[in-house]
Each structure stands twice: as structure tokens, then as C-alpha cells.
Design a protein around this ligand. Structure first.
Ligand SMILES: [Zn+2]
Ligand SMILES: [Zn+2]
Length: 273
């Protein structure tokens, strides 16, 4: 079984009509089929939906809260009802202090899984320039990022953590002994929280040019029995399943033989490949 559980259905800004539709989902399924993916899951950004607007204080997010979450959920549900191999997910930004508000919003919809993401730390973007890694020394950026990621894991809101070491996106990293400590501490927290981590090919197409997460973090997770999902983080149909084979290869090298499949927030393990 090969899944791709991280992709964005949202259409381009210049084509607002049918931005979330079962017809658009069809295009993702067709590309998944070509890429040898058995099942895909949509995980659109929570901050694009007006139902989430009350939760944020980052201007970049507040400017984007125009879409209707009901429309997105209905589009994916329609695709499911047609028998397509798709799952309903959401990529949810974690911030300390909004857990109750997130839980209240998320409880209204029939998710198959929820991805937890850390895109902003202490008001600084993690994956935009200039961002966290440009504002504080790199070791401090990594330390703060992983504190937030561990808190996301512990929040109990999420089934899997997306692009788990996103902080490396620009290729800046502290010395090896510092990253080892952060990876071990993070793997311990992920194990204790009982969440999965994503092996994502998205980083191959960012300045760092690597998969997320680092092999060292993935091996530490494997040693603790933390399950994985697989991700392309496609923002258009053409990128569904892109470089998933590289993610599968890294997972195998780390000792993984199974991948997680979600149904209505229950999870099971299926043989990888
Ligand atoms: Zn993300
Ligand atoms: Zn994403």
C-alpha cells in the first residue's frame, strides 16, 4: 500500500469558481493512479477558511481566511461518495493557547485524519524569508521550532505531524550534537503522544533539497514504534505522488515496513509497497 496523505485541493486564486470540487478531486485521483498511489488524502490549509478566522493573530493568515470550510468538506465527501480512493483531512496550524478553539471547530466535521503543522513560531514564519531562522541564531530557531512541534504532538488534536523538521527548509542547521539532542527529545515526545509522523518529499523541492524528516529523527521514531504517513504536499494535481518513492525508500532504510491508513480518525497499519 502506498498513500499520499498531504495535498491541497484548493484551486488557483484566479479561478475561484469550483475552487474546492469533486471534479477537481478527480484530477488528483487520476494523477495518483499514474503515480502508483493507492489512496490519497486532502489536507487543505485551515487558515484559508473563514470558519477559522477567530483563531489567528498572524496577519499573513488573517488575510487568507476567505474560503468556506463546508464547501471543501462537501467536495471531498462527494468524491468519497463516488467511490474514489480519497480521505478527508486538514492541515492545521498549531499555536499554544488556541487548543480549545481548534478542538471546537474541528469537532464539527467528519475527518479521516488531521495533520498538525508548525508554520509560525513566536510570530515568525518558519518557511518564509525572512523568517524564524533569519531572526534568531540557527540553534535557537531549531530549539524553539521543536518545542512547538512537541507541544503540537502533545495537544491531542492531531493524528500526524506534517513536515516534522520544516525548520531546516533553508538548509541552515546547528552542529550535529545539537540536532541529535533535539531529534531524540522530539521522538520521545511523539512516542508519548501517540501520533504519527509524515515522511514528506516536499523538502526535495525547497532550498534544503532533502526529505522531511532527517534520517536521524525518522530512525529515532522507528526505534520507538512511531507510525508513519507519506506525503507529497502537492498544491496542484500534477504534483500528486511526486517523489513518494524517495520517501518510501527512506522509510524502508529507517526500518519501516508498514504505512498508516486512516478512516474517520481510526488508524491501521498496511504493508508498505
Ligand atoms: Zn505545511
Ligand atoms: Zn501542505
Amino acid at each position: 500500500m502506498i498513500v499520499d496523505y498531504h495535498m491541497h485541493l484548493r484551486g488557483p486564486d484566479n479561478r475561484p469558481a469550483g475552487r474546492y470540487s469533486a471534479e477537481r478531486a478527480d484530477e488528483y485521483v487520476e494523477q495518483a493512479h499514474r503515480a502508483g498511489i493507492d489512496e490519497i488524502g486532502f489536507s487543505d490549509h485551515i487558515y484559508y477558511f473563514r470558519q477559522s478566522k477567530h483563531l489567528w493573530d498572524i496577519p499573513w493568515m488573517l488575510e487568507r481566511c476567505g474560503d468556506d470550510l463546508d464547501e471543501y468538506v462537501a467536495a471531498v465527501q462527494e468524491a468519497k461518495d463516488r467511490g474514489l480512493p480519497v480521505k478527508l483531512g486538514l492541515e492545521v496550524d498549531y499555536f499554544p493557547g488556541i487548543e480549545a478553539g481548534l478542538a471546537e471547530l474541528l469537532a464539527r466535521y467528519p475527518w479521516d485524519y488531521l495533520l498538525g503543522s508548525v508554520h509560525f513560531v513566536d510570530g515568525f514564519a518558519v518557511d518564509q524569508e525572512p523568517g524564524l531562522a533569519h531572526r534568531v541564531p540557527v540553534g535557537e530557531a531549531w530549539r524553539r521550532y521543536f518545542v512547538w512541534l512537541r507541544n503540537a504532538a502533545r495537544s491531542g488534536l492531531f493524528d500526524a505531524l506534517a513536515h516534522p523538521d520544516l525548520v531546516k527548509i533553508f538548509g541552515m542547521r546547528p552542529p550535529g550534537e545539537e540536532t541529535l539532542y533535539l531529534h531524540i527529545e522530539t521522538a520521545d515526545a511523539i512516542e508519548a503522544a501517540g501520533v504519527c509522523i509524515e515522511v514528506s518529499a516536499a523538502g526535495l523541492h525547497k532550498p534544503v533539497g532533502e526529505l522531511y524528516p532527517d534520517r536521524e529523527l525518522l530512525v529515532a521514531c522507528r526505534e520507538r514504534g512511531v507510525p508513519i504517513t507519506l506525503a507529497s504536499d502537492a498544491h496542484a494535481p500534477a504534483h500528486v505522488g511526486r517523489d513518494i518513492a524517495r520517501a518510501v525508500q527512506l522509510a524502508r532504510e529507517a526500518g519501516y515496513e508498514t504505512v498508516t491508513v486512516f478512516d474517520r480518525r481510526d488508524r491501521r497499519q498496511e504493508l508498505l509497497g
